[in-house]
Ligand binder design. Structure first.
Ligand code: SER
Length: 403
């Protein structure tokens, strides 16, 4: 399946289960001082969980643009180094607001993954919350019992609070969660070490694909947990990882979500992408950084956050500069590159997130100006430092510029 078909299949599946399909909310979270950027699909629904807003549709599904570059969930420094982390990613999600709970959520996850996407049942693992004494929370035996209908006991694992109790931020809705992991290793490797020993152990081919959160509490400012007025379901499936799994790739960058961007960068820079994940493969890292960061920067600007010197705008500027730093240092590129990727990105997402194509010229102009000004700073700084510190001028300049 192409990535576009994978996305549609998710939305069609939940529409057939009476969910209303809604648009992604903006990446920038202006109304919530506890969160700078939308970091998961549930953010736009926070007030439904807390009981502060009247629920109109009890079942909702969507694909949400998410950014994990600040606060509790921050993946920025991993991006480019490995093959699964991103600044901007899409989260496919389905929600129940006081309607269905664990039974249906788990049954539908299983049906979609195994009947629609045809993922191999024997490669799937589920984790459930193992309880936490300090928080006075019991283990989630209910979720485990439901999973036993689909998976053998050896494929169901208990997890701790870090992995199996999902919280939006320092405060806000939270609850125990059940993650679904897949083992993408070869049969030979599986024969040597069973998958259940590698779940949640940062193995690049034993990865989480879907998280089912059973929202039951509100974390308050004093850190106590208060039961919510009703019980809800909040699920999130990383779209890029799902595409990697279904398309039989080892890394998200090898899926058709990223290959058009990577090919464009190769053509522009005359550097070929070898797909290496060695720390020394600086050109490959740089190409991944550029392909990833342009998505975060372009969509954030389209959603109304301009690069600036403080707050969310500063984070956007840092992401953009990180991309410039990588292409300048490792792709021998001394002229703006990122802005050139915007039309391609906008057309790829025309029917999913039309806000980018609608503002394509504006977004391009903002990015171009930022790139020009940062490249000037780099050049100017380099010339001065090269005369003082002949060998490591670039490193010193980058350090001083905090990027
Ligand atoms: N909120 C959960 C997560 O982000 C499920 O959507 O993983």
């Amino acid at each position: 399946m192409k990535s576009k078909e994978i996305r549609s299949a998710f939305l069609d599946f939940f529409e057939s289960k009476q969910h209303k399909i809604v648009p992604s909310s903006p990446l920038v979270n202006k109304n919530d001082p506890t969160l700078m950027f939308t970091n998961s699909g549930m953010v736009q629904f926070k007030d439904f969980f807390l009981g502060n807003k009247k629920i109109v549709n009890k079942r909702v599904a969507d694909t949400q643009k998410c950014l994990r570059v600040s606060g509790k969930h921050n993946d920025l420094e991993d991006v480019g180094m490995d093959g699964t982390h991103h600044t901007l990613f899409e989260m496919l999600g389905n929600w129940s607001f006081g309607d269905y709970f664990k039974e249906e959520a788990i049954a539908w996850s299983w049906e979609l993954l195994t009947d629609v996407y045809k993922l191999p049942k024997d490669k799937l693992y589920a984790t459930v919350f193992g309880g936490d004494k300090a928080e006075n929370l019991d283990s989630d035996e209910e979720a485990k019992k439901i999973w036993l209908k689909y998976l053998p006991e050896s494929h169901i694992l208990y997890g701790n609070k870090k992995d199996n109790f999902w919280e939006m931020g320092e405060m806000g809705p939270c609850g125990p969660c059940s993650e679904i992991h897949i083992d993408l290793r070869s049969d030979d490797d599986i024969a040597k070490i069973p998958g259940n020993e590698l779940v949640n152990k940062d193995h690049p081919q034993v990865v989480e694909i879907w998280n089912n959160v059973f929202m039951q509490f509100n974390r308050k400012a004093d850190k106590s947990l208060e039961p919510l007025p009703a019980k809800h379901v909040d699920t999130g499936m990383g779209f890029e990882r799902l595409c990697m799994t279904i398309q039989g790739k080892k890394y998200t960058y090898d899926t058709d979500v990223f290959t058009p961007l990577i090919q464009f960068i190769e053509k522009e820079t005359n550097v070929s992408y070898e797909g290496s994940y060695e720390r020394s493969a600086k050109q490959d890292i740089a190409i991944r950084v550029v392909a990833d960061h342009i998505r975060a920067v372009a969509f954030t600007i389209a959603d109304g956050e301009l690069p600036s010197n403080n707050g969310a705008g500063y984070v956007v500027r840092r992401i953009l500069r990180r991309a410039v730093r990588y292409y300048y240092s490792f792709l021998n590129r001394e002229t703006p590159l990122l802005y050139k990727l915007v039309p391609l990105l906008a057309s790829e997402f025309e029917f999913v997130f039309p806000e980018l194509i609608a503002q394509q010229d504006f977004v391009q102009k903002v990015i171009l100006e930022e790139e020009k000004s940062f490249l000037r700073t780099l050049e100017g700084g380099l010339k001065r430092f090269d005369s003082l510190v002949p060998v490591n001028g670039l490193l010193v300049v980058l350090k001083l510029l905090n990027c």
